[in-house]
Design a protein around this ligand. Structure first.
Ligand code: SF4
Length: 332
């Protein structure tokens, strides 16, 4: 990153972006870590990729790229860097490694997991395939590399229906196995005639929302627009005005500029989008992801200082797990 700004310029930009979030006393507490991270990024030729659910000090303070997990992994291709620091959970760091196998990928906290990725292992996929022989397996990106390696296609919450239909067409089948999120499977089933055989996993953040919350929001905040993530239970998605991935929610706000909105998803989304949308009142009804919140400025700094913990995957696993990802990317 030879064209990276000096630390002083980068620090001033971080401070400006965080101005609406932090009291000056709070800025003083994090400025040293942010300056050190900007320094280290130059020295290490590193990029910080931050998921939409990260806290504003990371999202606006040190991230070079922000977005959903796949956008982060793909964005890295545009930069000439040696090191990727993934400010997100472990499967996201693995996905970044799968799409950038020649780069060093750092995960600031190896314990940052995900209830969806943890809900299914390779043995479960083998058993599913034995039970439903001949059916294609579509794995949500929120899975481990070992699970992806046994899948035929990956999907995101943005392209799930498209991938399901392509998988059924390619395999000449009228059904697909879709894992691991039962709610994403149910919400995708509303958009396609292909029969979907789900796994029983759920996101511990989104499964806690219920339709009664949305009804209450409409009663308390007239004119509110409700955007729900497709990992929410089906009745929640049905009660929302729009359902989409985190990237789709951000695009919705850019396009429609609603006067008042509630994002039915993890808390970081509203926090991070509020500054870019002063025209919109954000009603904060959200659930925290404890795994995402394990990532801190201090851990990002340490990862860059020590170049660890590093994601290391066996080359054969990279080859096998990249295949369903590449198939998905070809579908779009
Ligand atoms: S929000 Fe849900 S899907 Fe995302 S990392 Fe947390 S537990 Fe996993």
């Amino acid at each position: 990153m030879n064209d990276a700004p000096t630390t002083a310029v980068a620090l001033a930009a971080s401070k400006a972006r965080l101005a609406s979030y932090l009291h000056p006393a709070e800025w003083a507490l994090i400025a040293e870590d942010i300056a050190a991270i900007h320094d280290l990024k130059r020295d290490r030729r590193a990029l910080v990729l931050a998921h939409n659910y990260q806290t504003p000090d990371i999202f606006h303070g040190v991230a070079d790229v922000v977005g959903d997990s796949l956008a982060l992994a793909r964005a890295a291709e545009r930069f000439s860097v040696d090191v990727l620091v993934v400010a997100g959970v472990h499967f996201m760091a693995e996905t970044a490694k799968l799409l950038n196998p020649d780069r060093r990928v750092l995960t600031p906290d190896q314990e940052a997991g995900c209830s969806l990725a943890a809900s299914i292992g390779p043995d479960d996929v083998v058993a599913l395939k034995a039970r439903y022989p001949g059916l294609p397996v579509v794995a949500y990106v929120n899975t481990s590399a070992a699970v992806k390696a046994l899948a035929d296609y990956c999907c995101t919450s943005a392209n799930a229906a498209r991938v399901v239909e392509a998988a059924a067409r390619d395999f000449g089948s009228e059904a697909v196995i879709m894992l691991p999120d039962r709610f994403l499977a149910a919400n995708t089933a509303r958009e396609t005639r292909i029969k979907i055989i789900p796994w029983a996993g759920a996101c511990e953040v989104h499964e806690r929302f219920g339709p009664a919350e949305l009804t209450e929001l409409r009663e308390r905040f007239p004119g509110i627009t409700l955007l729900a993530h497709p990992e929410c239970p089906e009745p929640v998605v049905a009660a929302a005005d729009f359902a989409g991935s985190t990237a789709a929610m951000a695009a919705f706000l850019d396009k429609h500029h609603p006067s008042r909105v509630a994002l039915i998803t993890e808390c970081g989304m509203s926090d991070n989008l509020a500054a870019a949308h002063p025209e919109t009142e954000f009603i904060r009804t959200c659930n925290l992801c404890p795994h995402m919140k394990r990532i801190t400025l201090g851990k990002i700094r340490r990862a860059l200082e020590t170049l660890s913990p590093e994601v290391k995957l066996d080359p054969a696993l990279i080859t096998a797990a990249s295949r369903p990802l590449q198939r998905m990317l070809a579908i779009g």
